[in-house]
Design a protein around this ligand. Sequence first.
Ligand code: SF4
Ligand code: SF4
Length: 364
Amino acid sequence: MSAVSATPAIAGRAKKGLVRRFVPDRSQLTRQTVQLLFVGLNACIGLQFFLWVRYFEHGGQCLYVPRPAGVEGWLPIAGLMNTKYLLLTGRVPAIHPAAMYLFLGFLLMSLLLKKAFCSWLCPIGTVSEYLWKLGGRLFRGNLRIARWLDLPLRGLKYVLLALFMAVIGVMSADALDGFMQTPYGLVVDVKMMNFFREMSGTAAVIILALVLLSMLIQNFWCRYLCPYGALLGLASLLSPLKIRRDQNACIDCGKCARTCPASLPVDRLVQVRSVECSACMACVAACPAQDALQLALPPRKAPSAAVRWYRRTVGPVAIAAALAYIFLGVVLLARATNHWQTNIPRSVYMQLVPHTDEFSHPGM
Ligand code: SF4
Ligand code: SF4
């Protein structure tokens, strides 16, 4: 699925002098700060949701905290279903509307800022990154999968995405609404939490295997298995923002390509269009040459004859600000239109939450 624009072969190019960059790169510090803030936000949401569930499990005999609607960010399939419901009916769904708002917000981020959600916000992407960095230290490097195996493995996430799309694609508006109104649909968020609280032996072995593979192979989950990332990657093809390389300033050292966690041949491209590029800017941070590699909008023709083109670079602070604007924008929009919370009476939750494990998927 990789779409890249190749430059002429490097071999035979004249060796160019290095103009060392004179501005220190802050992209990775900025990105890691945003990542940790978002992990912190998710930890707070997780704790509040746990306390909310506990209230109903204890029959209302302990502290009550409101249900954090942000937990629905962890229900991407509900987000996809609700988005289809909105498209079919023009109405915001009553159950898990925040899942839809967050899904649309993350989609908008990808349309504008490449797959920045994955490397700047997604907590799973953050954990994945720390795991391969830890694995790299422990095992003195990560495994590089041969291209003949890497390409078909990358296709797995599109197969998973196609399966979800096919199932949701045939559902009518009534079927989508009916699914959400089932006991399973109403407490699907509690079921998700219980999956981790009451993990089966098989699930624990699978998660341990994923952790180990994530330590050995850079971004194992995101690269091969995440259908959400696959969808956002496809949307990111429309993003005007790209990693762009100036062949004149580049000294062909190859550091960008060696650093890229998606194993993209950045040093051989004029611009990186690949669905795998997450705008992490690790390649930009690694590049020693001034202005050789930047995250930028398409170049614009300059009015002066001396400088015929100029780049419109986008720095890490601008990316962080744009992500924050979109995220807060969708949350505030949903709140302002009274579509953020799932409005189910407490008495219904009191009946359902203690029996969550008894509800199975309506299709099973
Ligand atoms: S090309 Fe650069 S920004 Fe894109 S994934 Fe690779 S290192 Fe990150
Ligand atoms: S890191 Fe990449 S873009 Fe920068 S000088 Fe080396 S090969 Fe060129």
